[in-house]
Ligand binder design. Structure first.
Ligand code: ZN
Length: 410
């Protein structure tokens, strides 16, 4: 048999494979990893390296840890303006309701986003996507939801795609037209949902601008019946679905997402035991968003024990958005998920790689295993728990994307 030939061979690395090696993190100390044609071709210890395996290029990792490239599976990173003024007003005693009556809140972001040109949206959103990428994120989901009219929603999705090429990350787009009721449909939520189903979803599908469709099912969002109509329209156009579910109340969102075969139910702080059990049976991923929990000073913890008991995969994500989670640090979310939700550091790493990928319907990434896309993050850390332990530091020293070294500074 001919010796294996690699395009790129990583040596002198510790690997957090997240596969079943019997060790925590699926760790392989003193490992090596071979890449061929953009995919991982071989993973093992240096000692087990195939004898005589040739490599076109070798990267000495100097003892760095290598993990799958991070996946941020829930962001609203494309928008114009910000809401720092409202943050300040609230700390001076203005209530959220008063701010909303004065045209603030999500409506302020919708106005700014509708008014922004495509180039202006790129200019304002690029630093957010770049900041995520600088932390070893190689796949980012970006939702629309600040247009709330077809042309603006489509512009947000187009900007998200352009940003992916611009920054050099894989962007997955999600149409979230059912995010909030636009002011022009005030008191006519069903008519707005009609419009989304008849106009926005078909247009996004026809232009192939959306990889999935999401909705906000909540007392202050849309009802279960309205959400179901959005899901039906998405399905009719061949699009996967996801759901902002049970964030503020138990609205039956987890069970609704599970029964629709949704890729994920996100937030889920108030998900019921029945809803969690249904997610477990359906294989729906729970996407936990500790940044929003923190910013809203929420105290109702997501049912982590139930997710574990019902084997619901847990992902974690930034929820990067201007209102309730203005963060561009996925690693900070690792720390918050441990500190606030008591996830383990290993659950955090799996939650921002393999489970986050599954929350996007992607099975080709998220593990260090043969056949997976060679999207890798390299870290200057002594052990994987450091990724969760530190608060506000970035030990990312390298990124390999599709088998190509795109950043490396040992
Ligand atoms: Zn969200």
């Amino acid at each position: 048999m001919l010796p294996a030939a690699f395009d790129l061979l990583l040596t002198n690395a510790h690997l957090a494979t997240l596969t079943e090696t019997g060790a925590r993190y699926g760790a392989i100390h003193n490992g090596a990893l071979g890449i061929r044609e953009g995919q991982i071709a071989w993973v093992g210890t240096a000692a087990d390296r195939p004898r005589g395996a040739s490599a076109r290029e070798t990267l000495d990792c100097h003892g760095a840890w290598v993990t799958p490239g991070l996946v941020d599976c829930h962001t609203h990173a494309v928008y114009a303006g910000n809401r720092a003024n409202e943050f300040e007003q609230r700390l001076h005693g203005t209530t959220y309701a008063e701010i909303a009556r004065a045209g603030g809140g999500i409506n302020a972001t919708v106005r700014a986003t509708r008014a922004a040109s495509e180039d202006e949206l790129i200019r304002q959103s690029r630093p957010r996507v770049a900041a995520l990428a600088a932390e070893g994120v190689t796949t980012i989901e970006i939702k629309s939801g600040y247009g709330l009219e077809t042309a603006s929603e489509l512009r947000q999705l187009a900007v998200a795609r352009r940003l992916g090429e611009d920054v050099g990350v894989d962007v997955r787009t999600t149409l979230l037209a059912a995010h909030a009721l636009p002011t022009e449909f005030e008191g006519h939520a069903d008519s707005y949902i009609d419009y989304v189903c008849r106009d926005t979803i078909p247009a996004a599908a026809a232009l192939r601008l959306a990889d999935a469709v999401d909705a906000f099912c909540e007392t202050i969002g849309f009802t279960a019946a309205q959400t179901q109509r959005v899901f039906d329209a998405a399905r009719a156009h061949g699009l996967a679905v996801k759901l902002h579910a049970d964030q503020l109340t138990d609205s039956g969102g987890a069970a609704l997402a599970a029964s629709a075969g949704a890729l994920s139910a996100d937030h889920v702080e108030h998900a019921s035991e029945q809803g969690v059990a249904a997610m477990g049976r359906a294989g729906t991923v729970a996407v936990l968003l500790p940044g929003a929990y923190f910013a809203l000073r929420d105290t109702h913890l997501p049912p982590i024990a139930a997710f574990r008991a019902h084997r619901v995969p847990m992902a974690i994500s930034t929820d990067c958005n201007p209102g309730t989670s203005p963060t561009t640090s996925l690693l900070l979310m690792f720390n918050m998920a441990c500190t606030l939700f008591r996830l383990t550091p290993e659950e955090c790493l799996a939650g921002a790689t393999v489970h986050a990928a599954r929350a996007l319907g992607l099975t080709d990434r998220g593990l260090l295993a043969p056949g997976q896309r060679a999207d890798l993050a390299l870290w200057d850390i002594a052990e994987p728990a450091e990724l969760s332990y530190r608060i506000g530091s970035n030990p990312s020293i390298g990124v390999i994307r599709g088998g190509r070294v795109t950043r490396w500074r040992p």
